[in-house]
Design a protein around this ligand. Structure first.
Ligand code: PAP
Length: 314
């Protein structure tokens, strides 16, 4: 896929245009909350969890009309840079009422500067890099296949031909990833940028890991509520709300919901995406099915070296 470097990060031309527009035009508000991820690091899950925690008084978790029962999490927490901002103006975000819950995949250098100067809260979720690569590879292949079989416009035919040619070979995707060439990559610079921010400003930037969240989701739900200055009360805890949130947002529960089995979410680059593509296996060690121990060690070594003893490990 033709990628371009913007401030050290790889983006498609279309994505770069969108990101530049956001950088120039988006006006952060002090009470905005941003969910930030490298793609395929658990964005959908984080959106579900934070939306539910923050809106628990307006939308009780056990409510039969809870928005997560009828919406994919991406439909509840808009991205800054999607859909394509050359077609869907950044101004659309200005119409949202405060406090806004928004998300993005951009690295710190491409975030509108007001986000840090105003002190907006950021939750960053990262994931073991080998699994991110595997998840990305499946996603690209699936979307490419779907569009080839389902038809689509000229631009999509072009994009999908590119996906098909470049991404069906896992080995090639692995090589590129190791060179730092992937959408929003290098992944290590993305991780490092937010890691440093979380160390410098722990009350503003919360840094989470997918595997740890999977191992003890309940504790992470509590951490999120505390981070937003709205911890669960004793009454809430004894009512079992934390467990209810964990269950509502779990991979198994969301995956089987009709809206996520057959629905489509808001357009990315002008074309709707099937919600089911956001739910594949939700496993923590899925790389084992795709690479040998030796190959895995190669990427581990690169990641270790690039993170350079900053304290972030996988
Ligand atoms: P995005 O970055 O493209 O928006 P994102 O949600 O990060 O999507 O990627 C999807 C991954 O999150 C999938 O991982 P997999 O390919 O390894 O399976 C998907 O299964 C996983 N995922 C989606 N929802 C959940 C969830 N509720 N709990 C855990 N993992 C989830």
């Amino acid at each position: 896929m033709p990628l371009f470097r913007l401030h050290g990060f790889w983006l498609t031309q279309q994505r770069a245009e969108s990101v530049k527009l956001v950088h120039a035009q988006f006006k952060p508000r002090r009470d905005d909350v941003f969910l930030v991820t490298y793609p395929k690091s658990g964005t959908t899950w984080l959106k579900a969890l934070v939306f539910t925690v923050l809106n628990r008084s307006v939308h009780p978790v056990s409510d039969a009309g809870h928005p997560l029962l009828s919406h994919n999490p991406h439909g509840l927490v808009p991205f800054l840079e999607y859909p394509d901002r050359t077609m869907y103006p950044v101004m659309e975000l200005e119409e949202l009422p405060s406090p806004r819950l928004l998300s993005t995949h951009v690295p710190p250098v491409l975030l509108p500067s007001g986000i840090s100067t105003l002190g907006c809260r950021v939750v960053y979720l990262c994931r073991e890099p080998k699994v991110v690569l595997v998840s990305t590879w499946h996603y690209m292949n699936k979307r490419g296949r779907e569009c080839w079989s389902g038809g689509g416009g000229g631009a999509w035919h072009y994009m999908n031909k590119v996906y098909r040619d470049c991404f069906t070979e896992f080995d090639r995707a692995f090589e590129l990833f190791c060179e730092g060439v992937s959408l929003y990559g290098p992944i290590w610079d993305h991780y490092l940028g937010y890691w440093k921010q979380s160390v410098a400003e722990p009350n503003r930037v919360l840094f989470l890991k997918y595997d740890e969240m999977m191992a003890d989701t309940g504790n992470h739900v509590k951490r999120l509520a505390e981070f937003f200055g709205d911890p669960f009360t004793v009454e809430e805890e004894s009512s079992g709300i934390v467990q209810d949130i964990v269950k509502l947002c779990s991979f198994e529960n969301l995956k089987k919901m009709p809206v996520n089995c057959s629905g489509v979410t808001n357009p990315i680059d002008g074309l709707a995406i099937e919600n089911s593509v956001f739910f594949r296996t939700g496993k923590v060690r899925d790389w084992e099915n795709h690479m040998t121990e030796e190959t895995a060690k190669k990427l581990d070594r690169i990641i270790e070296e690039k993170l350079g003893g900053c304290g972030l490990t996988f």
